[in-house]
Ligand binder design. Structure first.
Ligand code: CMP
Length: 139
């Protein structure tokens, strides 16, 4: 099934000029970039995006970090895109990430883990709509 998923290249990766390297890994995995932009989230925008985590102990730190610098947000499309992207990202904690994954290659720690990807079809839809209108995605 063709799916769409939201990808965020996080502030730690953008600060190290890794956007190109990460997008290359995404494209080499066969995922198509159908929308892309660079944004610097405000704290409120980061809190809105991660609202599902607001009861978690790491919420304030996470949203402070995600609003600390620019990020590259994109919509990826492909066969089973959600799981495919999660596979190439690797485990949330880079200590557990497999060889060959984005987080194994670039993540600094469990928070500064370089990339975000939607975890299910429902969250993908909400997350894509958080950043992109229909007009901003190629069809
Ligand atoms: P992400 O896939 O963007 O989803 C939630 C984010 O919270 C996660 O990646 C990490 O950047 C961050 N985070 C920080 N601490 C934790 C933790 N203990 N467990 C899960 N996610 C965490």
């Amino acid at each position: 099934m063709t799916q769409r998923t939201l990808s965020i290249i996080k502030p730690d990766a953008v600060a190290r000029n890794l956007e190109g390297a990460i997008l290359k890994m995404i494209q080499e995995a066969g995922l198509k970039i159908i929308a892309i932009k660079m944004v610097h989230l405000s704290l409120e925008e980061a809190r809105g995006f991660y609202a599902v985590h607001q009861q978690r102990p790491f919420f304030d730190s996470l949203t402070g970090y995600m609003s600390s610098g620019p990020v590259v947000v994109s919509v990826l499309e492909g066969e089973g895109a959600i799981d495919k992207y999660r596979k190439i990202m690797g485990a949330t904690n880079p200590e557990n990430a497999e060889q060959g994954t984005i987080r194994k290659a670039y993540a600094l720690d469990i928070e500064k883990n370089s990339v975000h990807g939607s975890d299910a079809p429902e969250t993908a839809e909400t997350e894509v709509a958080y950043f992109f209108s229909r007009l901003e995605m190629v069809r």
